[in-house]
Design a protein around this ligand. Structure first.
Ligand code: SPV
Ligand code: MG
Length: 294
């Protein structure tokens, strides 16, 4: 098992690394196991992914403790750092600092908090979403930093200025204010179909603090381009959710159409795969040790 401090230290090292580090989305513990087993250095616990997997909208329909329970399953099942998508912090500074404390208790290495209003709306829904007041959001960041119970915990300040059509200058001003307020990294989100916005932002940001991006819409951008721009972290925000939806649609349709499971068998994970992912062997060995024959 890995301690919270070790995960936090690893997350800090990822932010500091000159190589763009790719984080992969997990919306439940099984996905988290797959992300770790694949070799990713950290997990993005996506608000959109967790909400969607619960059949809910990315609009804070799930309560924050329901989401916290899911992330606890993820940290229980993994040993790499988890960056938790804290949306807008589930309220004001006071709600956010309570969230920060609870995340630390549940082995989460870092939280991302965005400058919109509660209840949030997903970045790809609608236009010109209202943003939080800069001073109010800076107070939230300061409260979060003051509330964290260990020095290693990271707070990533996410600006939605570009998403909300406020322009590059406002995005940079907001990022500078959030950095000044104590954020450990800045996450600049964009829904452009090329990386031009985030690359211009990165050039003007000039490595003042670690920079995080999520190329959901500008998917053509290469690792080399992100490296050259000085981007620290690249979040693949929803790819396991979308992959699993496609796979489930395909296998459901096939079995329904064929009135049989034989055709699907070669294309689905084996039972053995699932047993490995949940560490079935560990229980078998524990039973041999502790479950003595009567
Ligand atoms: C999420 O994965 O929940 C995110 C990233 O916040 S995005 O959906 O791209 O806004
Ligand atoms: Mg989100």
């Amino acid at each position: 098992t890995t301690t919270a401090a070790e995960r936090q230290a690893r997350f800090r090292a990822l932010l500091a690394s000159s190589e763009p580090e790719y984080l992969m989305e997990a919306h439940n513990a099984l996905a988290g196991r797959i992300v770790e087993e694949t070799g990713f250095p950290a997990i993005w616990a996506s608000g959109f992914g967790i909400a969607s997997s619960l059949g809910l909208r990315d609009s804070n329909e799930a309560s924050w403790t329901q989401v916290l329970d899911i992330v606890e399953f993820i940290t229980d099942a993994t040993s790499i750092p988890v960056l938790f998508d804290g949306d807008t912090g589930f309220g004001n500074f006071n709600n956010f600092r309570r969230l920060v404390r609870k995340l630390g208790q549940r082995q989460v290495a870092a939280v991302s908090v965005e400058d919109k209003l509660f209840p949030k709306t997903n970045s790809f829904v609608g236009e010109c979403q209202p943003l939080a007041d800069v001073a109010e959001f800076c107070g939230k960041l300061r409260a979060g930093k003051d509330a964290q119970s260990s020095d290693g915990f990271c707070i990533v300040a996410r600006t939605e200025a570009l998403i909300s059509g406020r322009g590059m200058n406002e995005a940079l001003d907001r990022a500078a204010a959030y950095h000044e307020a104590g954020a450990d990294a800045v996450f600049v989100h964009s829904k452009a179909t090329t990386a031009h916005e985030v690359l211009e932002f990165a050039a003007r940001w000039d490595r003042r603090a670690p920079l995080v991006v999520a190329p959901t819409t500008y998917h053509g951008t290469t690792c080399a381009q992100f490296r050259e721009a000085g981007i620290s972290m690249v979040i693949c925000a929803n790819h396991n959710l979308r992959a699993s939806v496609r796979a489930m649609q395909d296998v459901s349709a096939r079995i329904f159409r064929e009135r049989g499971v034989a055709g699907a068998e070669p294309d689905i994970a084996s039972m053995r795969d699932i047993f490995r992912l949940v560490n079935q062997d560990e229980l078998t060995h524990a039973e041999a040790e502790y479950l003595l024959p009567v």
